[in-house]
Ligand binder design. Structure first.
Ligand SMILES: Cc1cc2nc3c(=O)[nH]c(=O)nc-3n(C[C@H](O)[C@H](O)[C@H](O)COP(=O)(O)O)c2cc1C
Length: 226
Protein backbone atom coordinates (compact mmCIF):
# COMPACT_ATOMS: atom_id res chain seq x y z
CA UNK A 1 0.00 0.00 0.00
CA UNK A 2 2.72 2.40 1.03
CA UNK A 3 4.73 1.40 -2.02
CA UNK A 4 1.76 2.13 -4.31
CA UNK A 5 1.26 5.51 -2.73
CA UNK A 6 4.93 6.30 -3.16
CA UNK A 7 4.77 5.48 -6.87
CA UNK A 8 1.68 7.68 -7.27
CA UNK A 9 3.46 10.57 -5.57
CA UNK A 10 6.56 10.00 -7.70
CA UNK A 11 4.40 9.82 -10.82
CA UNK A 12 2.66 13.02 -9.87
CA UNK A 13 5.99 14.76 -9.30
CA UNK A 14 7.34 13.46 -12.56
CA UNK A 15 4.29 14.75 -14.41
CA UNK A 16 4.65 18.13 -12.76
CA UNK A 17 8.36 18.13 -13.52
CA UNK A 18 7.74 17.40 -17.23
CA UNK A 19 4.97 20.00 -17.50
CA UNK A 20 7.08 22.69 -15.82
CA UNK A 21 10.16 21.98 -17.92
CA UNK A 22 8.10 21.69 -21.11
CA UNK A 23 6.71 25.17 -20.41
CA UNK A 24 10.18 26.60 -19.75
CA UNK A 25 11.52 24.90 -22.87
CA UNK A 26 8.57 26.16 -24.88
CA UNK A 27 8.98 29.74 -23.67
CA UNK A 28 12.71 29.68 -24.53
CA UNK A 29 11.93 28.41 -28.05
CA UNK A 30 9.20 31.05 -28.47
CA UNK A 31 11.60 33.76 -27.32
CA UNK A 32 14.21 32.55 -29.81
CA UNK A 33 11.68 32.47 -32.66
CA UNK A 34 10.48 35.96 -31.75
CA UNK A 35 14.08 37.22 -31.63
CA UNK A 36 14.77 35.63 -35.01
CA UNK A 37 11.72 37.34 -36.53
CA UNK A 38 12.73 40.74 -35.08
CA UNK A 39 16.34 40.38 -36.26
CA UNK A 40 15.32 39.29 -39.76
CA UNK A 41 12.78 42.12 -40.09
CA UNK A 42 15.44 44.62 -38.98
CA UNK A 43 17.99 43.04 -41.30
CA UNK A 44 15.56 43.14 -44.20
CA UNK A 45 14.78 46.81 -43.63
CA UNK A 46 18.51 47.55 -43.52
CA UNK A 47 19.78 45.49 -46.42
CA UNK A 48 16.89 44.34 -48.62
CA UNK A 49 15.95 47.73 -49.98
CA UNK A 50 17.90 47.82 -53.23
CA UNK A 51 16.78 45.62 -56.10
CA UNK A 52 19.25 43.45 -57.96
CA UNK A 53 17.94 43.21 -61.50
CA UNK A 54 18.24 40.16 -63.76
CA UNK A 55 20.55 40.65 -66.75
CA UNK A 56 18.74 42.63 -69.48
CA UNK A 57 17.63 40.65 -72.52
CA UNK A 58 19.55 42.12 -75.44
CA UNK A 59 18.05 39.96 -78.16
CA UNK A 60 14.63 39.43 -79.67
CA UNK A 61 11.67 41.75 -79.88
CA UNK A 62 9.93 43.11 -82.94
CA UNK A 63 11.93 44.19 -85.99
CA UNK A 64 12.99 47.83 -85.61
CA UNK A 65 10.84 49.11 -88.49
CA UNK A 66 7.73 47.50 -86.99
CA UNK A 67 8.51 48.92 -83.55
CA UNK A 68 8.94 52.40 -85.02
CA UNK A 69 5.75 52.04 -87.03
CA UNK A 70 3.79 51.14 -83.87
CA UNK A 71 5.30 53.76 -81.56
CA UNK A 72 2.66 55.99 -80.03
CA UNK A 73 1.74 57.62 -76.72
CA UNK A 74 -0.63 55.71 -74.43
CA UNK A 75 -2.53 57.35 -71.57
CA UNK A 76 -4.68 54.57 -70.15
CA UNK A 77 -2.82 52.12 -67.95
CA UNK A 78 -3.68 49.02 -65.97
CA UNK A 79 -2.18 48.97 -62.45
CA UNK A 80 -0.65 45.52 -63.08
CA UNK A 81 3.01 45.41 -62.02
CA UNK A 82 5.77 44.77 -64.53
CA UNK A 83 8.07 41.84 -63.75
CA UNK A 84 11.71 42.45 -62.86
CA UNK A 85 12.95 41.18 -66.23
CA UNK A 86 10.86 43.79 -68.05
CA UNK A 87 11.99 46.51 -65.63
CA UNK A 88 15.62 45.46 -66.20
CA UNK A 89 15.13 45.61 -69.99
CA UNK A 90 13.51 49.05 -69.69
CA UNK A 91 16.33 50.43 -67.53
CA UNK A 92 18.93 49.11 -69.93
CA UNK A 93 17.33 50.56 -73.08
CA UNK A 94 16.99 53.89 -71.26
CA UNK A 95 20.50 54.23 -69.91
CA UNK A 96 22.44 50.96 -69.84
CA UNK A 97 25.90 50.23 -71.22
CA UNK A 98 26.32 48.37 -74.50
CA UNK A 99 30.13 48.60 -74.62
CA UNK A 100 32.81 49.09 -71.99
CA UNK A 101 31.80 52.38 -70.30
CA UNK A 102 29.67 53.48 -73.28
CA UNK A 103 25.94 54.01 -73.11
CA UNK A 104 23.12 52.75 -75.37
CA UNK A 105 22.38 56.44 -76.08
CA UNK A 106 24.84 59.06 -77.34
CA UNK A 107 25.78 61.99 -75.07
CA UNK A 108 27.77 65.07 -76.11
CA UNK A 109 31.48 64.41 -75.51
CA UNK A 110 30.39 61.16 -73.85
CA UNK A 111 29.69 63.15 -70.67
CA UNK A 112 26.88 60.82 -69.53
CA UNK A 113 25.28 63.65 -67.56
CA UNK A 114 21.97 61.94 -66.76
CA UNK A 115 20.65 60.14 -63.72
CA UNK A 116 17.70 57.81 -64.20
CA UNK A 117 15.20 57.39 -61.39
CA UNK A 118 12.13 55.19 -61.40
CA UNK A 119 9.06 55.51 -59.19
CA UNK A 120 7.56 52.11 -58.40
CA UNK A 121 4.87 51.20 -55.86
CA UNK A 122 7.49 50.36 -53.23
CA UNK A 123 9.67 53.44 -53.62
CA UNK A 124 11.74 55.68 -55.85
CA UNK A 125 14.98 54.07 -57.06
CA UNK A 126 18.05 55.25 -58.93
CA UNK A 127 19.39 53.02 -61.70
CA UNK A 128 22.96 51.86 -61.20
CA UNK A 129 23.71 50.54 -64.68
CA UNK A 130 27.15 49.11 -63.86
CA UNK A 131 25.81 47.06 -60.95
CA UNK A 132 22.51 46.42 -62.76
CA UNK A 133 20.72 47.47 -59.58
CA UNK A 134 17.96 49.81 -58.50
CA UNK A 135 19.16 51.78 -55.48
CA UNK A 136 16.39 52.81 -53.12
CA UNK A 137 16.29 56.60 -52.71
CA UNK A 138 12.87 57.21 -51.14
CA UNK A 139 10.67 54.54 -49.61
CA UNK A 140 6.95 54.41 -50.33
CA UNK A 141 4.59 55.14 -53.18
CA UNK A 142 5.52 58.52 -54.72
CA UNK A 143 4.19 57.92 -58.24
CA UNK A 144 1.77 60.81 -57.81
CA UNK A 145 4.69 63.22 -57.43
CA UNK A 146 5.92 62.33 -60.94
CA UNK A 147 3.01 63.88 -62.84
CA UNK A 148 -0.13 65.95 -62.65
CA UNK A 149 -2.28 63.78 -64.91
CA UNK A 150 -4.24 61.07 -63.11
CA UNK A 151 -3.30 58.23 -65.48
CA UNK A 152 0.24 58.54 -64.05
CA UNK A 153 -0.63 57.75 -60.45
CA UNK A 154 -1.53 54.06 -60.77
CA UNK A 155 0.71 53.09 -63.66
CA UNK A 156 3.35 50.64 -62.39
CA UNK A 157 6.45 52.45 -63.68
CA UNK A 158 7.26 56.15 -63.88
CA UNK A 159 10.72 57.20 -65.01
CA UNK A 160 12.24 60.49 -63.86
CA UNK A 161 15.05 61.72 -66.12
CA UNK A 162 17.48 64.03 -64.33
CA UNK A 163 20.31 66.05 -65.85
CA UNK A 164 23.35 66.99 -63.79
CA UNK A 165 24.38 70.39 -65.21
CA UNK A 166 27.58 70.29 -63.18
CA UNK A 167 28.76 67.57 -65.58
CA UNK A 168 27.17 69.09 -68.72
CA UNK A 169 24.26 71.49 -69.08
CA UNK A 170 22.65 69.68 -71.99
CA UNK A 171 19.25 68.01 -71.96
CA UNK A 172 18.74 67.23 -75.64
CA UNK A 173 20.04 63.68 -75.14
CA UNK A 174 16.93 62.96 -73.10
CA UNK A 175 15.12 62.53 -76.43
CA UNK A 176 17.28 59.48 -77.15
CA UNK A 177 16.45 58.03 -73.72
CA UNK A 178 12.70 58.40 -74.02
CA UNK A 179 12.62 57.25 -77.64
CA UNK A 180 14.50 54.05 -76.72
CA UNK A 181 11.91 53.44 -74.02
CA UNK A 182 9.05 54.18 -76.44
CA UNK A 183 10.49 51.74 -78.98
CA UNK A 184 11.08 48.99 -76.41
CA UNK A 185 7.48 49.43 -75.24
CA UNK A 186 6.19 49.29 -78.76
CA UNK A 187 8.21 46.10 -79.29
CA UNK A 188 7.16 44.49 -75.98
CA UNK A 189 3.44 45.34 -76.18
CA UNK A 190 3.60 47.94 -73.40
CA UNK A 191 2.14 51.43 -73.30
CA UNK A 192 4.19 54.57 -72.65
CA UNK A 193 4.03 58.36 -72.68
CA UNK A 194 6.76 60.91 -72.07
CA UNK A 195 5.69 63.86 -69.96
CA UNK A 196 6.70 67.43 -69.20
CA UNK A 197 3.69 68.17 -67.00
CA UNK A 198 5.06 67.63 -63.46
CA UNK A 199 6.05 69.78 -60.48
CA UNK A 200 9.80 70.42 -60.76
CA UNK A 201 10.11 71.76 -57.20
CA UNK A 202 8.25 68.81 -55.68
CA UNK A 203 10.37 66.26 -57.51
CA UNK A 204 13.62 68.07 -56.70
CA UNK A 205 12.69 68.06 -53.04
CA UNK A 206 11.62 64.41 -53.10
CA UNK A 207 14.88 63.29 -54.70
CA UNK A 208 17.00 65.81 -52.82
CA UNK A 209 18.52 66.97 -56.10
CA UNK A 210 20.18 70.24 -55.09
CA UNK A 211 20.86 73.22 -57.35
CA UNK A 212 22.80 71.67 -60.20
CA UNK A 213 20.42 68.84 -61.02
CA UNK A 214 16.99 69.16 -62.56
CA UNK A 215 14.25 66.91 -63.85
CA UNK A 216 14.08 67.12 -67.64
CA UNK A 217 11.12 64.81 -68.33
CA UNK A 218 9.18 61.93 -66.84
CA UNK A 219 7.89 58.88 -68.67
CA UNK A 220 5.11 56.49 -67.73
CA UNK A 221 5.21 52.79 -68.68
CA UNK A 222 2.69 50.01 -68.07
CA UNK A 223 0.22 47.65 -69.65
CA UNK A 224 -2.47 49.38 -71.64
CA UNK A 225 -5.82 49.27 -69.87
CA UNK A 226 -8.67 47.33 -71.42
C1 LIG B 1 8.83 66.98 -74.55
C2 LIG B 1 7.49 66.30 -74.51
C3 LIG B 1 6.65 66.55 -73.45
C4 LIG B 1 5.41 65.91 -73.37
N1 LIG B 1 4.63 66.11 -72.28
C5 LIG B 1 3.45 65.42 -72.16
C6 LIG B 1 2.69 65.53 -70.97
O1 LIG B 1 3.03 66.21 -70.01
N2 LIG B 1 1.54 64.82 -70.90
C7 LIG B 1 1.11 64.02 -71.91
O2 LIG B 1 0.07 63.40 -71.76
N3 LIG B 1 1.84 63.88 -73.05
C8 LIG B 1 3.00 64.55 -73.20
N4 LIG B 1 3.78 64.39 -74.32
C9 LIG B 1 3.36 63.47 -75.38
C10 LIG B 1 2.86 64.22 -76.59
O3 LIG B 1 1.62 64.81 -76.28
C11 LIG B 1 2.69 63.22 -77.76
O4 LIG B 1 3.96 62.75 -78.13
C12 LIG B 1 2.02 63.87 -78.95
O5 LIG B 1 0.68 64.15 -78.67
C13 LIG B 1 2.07 62.99 -80.19
O6 LIG B 1 1.43 61.74 -79.94
P1 LIG B 1 2.21 60.36 -80.16
O7 LIG B 1 3.35 60.34 -79.18
O8 LIG B 1 1.20 59.30 -79.90
O9 LIG B 1 2.73 60.33 -81.54
C14 LIG B 1 5.01 65.03 -74.42
C15 LIG B 1 5.88 64.80 -75.48
C16 LIG B 1 7.09 65.43 -75.53
C17 LIG B 1 8.03 65.12 -76.68
Amino acid sequence: MFFCKYITIEKYNLKEFITLHYEIFNSIIMKKIFLLIVVSCFGMSLFAQDIQLPAPQKKGGKPLMEAINQRQSVRTFSDKDLDLQTISNLMWVAYGYNREDKLVIPTAMDKQQFEIYVALKAGVYQYDAKANKLILKVKGDHRKATGKQDYVWNAPVNFIYVVNSEILDSSVECGAIFQNVYLYCSSAGLGSVVRGYFDQAELKKLLNLGEKKKVVLCQTVGYKAG
